[in-house]
Design a protein around this ligand. Structure first.
Ligand SMILES: Nc1nc2c(ncn2[C@@H]2O[C@H](COP(=O)(O)OP(=O)(O)O)[C@@H](O)[C@H]2O)c(=O)[nH]1
Ligand SMILES: [Mg+2]
Ligand SMILES: [Zn+2]
Length: 307
């Protein structure tokens, strides 16, 4: 029997199968794509299940190769990683113009991550029902100017408007596994609860647990949307870290820089101030947005200081 892991507690897994929901345990060890992992199974994994002889319990026998996954450094074990979720079709970054304002730097970090994980990304500007000042609307215009042009769809919604949620989002979500991400307070839970009414209780329970300090580690959880598709909520994860991206590799994850790579004078160009740098030249000519270039430099330097 095959199924998809929709929840992990670390010791047992909730798996959705054609025969309904099964609670399964892990038996044995799996070889994992050369990764040192603290968790062998993650939400989104497709697994093979077997009933134990007593028919009372189910075990996970094997895991199918992952199409992709998002991962972060383990906080518990050095040189180990933690898979947050796998087999993701697209990632939605929920952003807001004000309270809290999502910075362009944060958006770019997110996009570097999704590019490195090979997951298509989309930017959802939420809380469009609020009144905004001209400077907030200028910021919205910047978001459109920068990301629409790069091929990252930018959508404006209000999670409080049922029409917006149903019409704008449902079509994009149908049949797909979508990761919801964004700063705390941007409306992720509101969106999730509107799309998956049965999730309400679950999210309440999780916050009740963590408030008491009983359940401090939060795991990603996957919810089935009644109209089709899955949503992955990652409580407690503001930002998945940029993991071991080589300084010469970073520019590959800036889609607009990719086409110029290999055209710089030096093949170990970091596109900072090297002579004959094609990326700098294109930025000066206006083909690369100065804000994006600024993010590139900031990420490069931050990553440098971690080395
Ligand atoms: N005005 C307005 N408020 C919203 C909208 N979406 C969420 N909120 C409010 O923003 C706050 C944070 O929302 P929540 O869903 O908990 O954000 P999360 O931390 O990303 O899960 C709550 O008070 C929501 O009611 C929206 O579209 N418009
Ligand atoms: Mg929330
Ligand atoms: Zn260069």
């Amino acid at each position: 029997m095959q199924g998809r892991v929709i929840k992990s507690t670390g010791s047992w897994y909730v798996v959705q199968t054609d025969e309904g929901i099964k609670n399964a345990r892990l038996r044995g060890k799996f070889k994992q794509e050369d990764l040192k992992l603290t968790n062998p199974i993650a939400v989104g994994d497709i697994v093979l299940l077997e009933n134990e002889a007593d028919h009372e319990s189910t075990v996970i026998r094997d895991i199918l190769p992952r199409e992709n996954y998002i991962i972060r450094k383990s906080t518990r074990k050095a040189h180990h990683s933690h898979i947050i979720a796998s087999n993701i079709d697209q990632a939605f970054l929920i952003v807001t113009l004000r309270s809290p304002r999502t910075s362009l730097g944060f958006i770019d970090r997110f996009l570097v991550s999704t590019e490195s994980f090979r997951i298509p990304a989309c930017i959802i500007v939420n809380k469009m029902d609020l009144e905004y000042k001209p400077k907030d609307l200028d910021f919205l215009q910047d978001i459109h100017d920068i990301y629409d042009t790069l091929g990252y769809p930018v959508l404006e919604i209000s999670a409080l408007e049922d029409e917006d949620i149903k019409l704008s989002l449902s079509d994009m979500l149908k049949g797909k596994t979508t990761l919801l991400s964004g700063h705390s307070g941007v409306g992720k839970s509101t969106i999730l609860n509107k799309l998956v009414p049965s999730a309400v209780q679950t999210t309440k329970e999780i916050s009740k647990f963590s408030a008491k300090g009983v359940h401090t580690t939060t795991f990603a959880e996957m919810f089935e949307i009644p109209e089709g598709g899955f949503l992955i909520d990652t409580p407690g994860i503001k930002e998945f870290g940029i993991l071991d991206i080589d300084q010469y590799e970073l520019s590959h994850y800036f889609v607009e820089m990719r086409q110029y790579l290999g055209q710089c004078k030096y093949n170990n160009c970091r596109h900072l101030n090297e002579p004959g740098c094609k990326v700098l030249e294109k930025m000066e000519e206006g083909y690369i947005h100065p804000y994006r270039y600024e993010s590139y430099v900031n990420i490069l330097h931050e990553e440098d200081s971690h080395r």
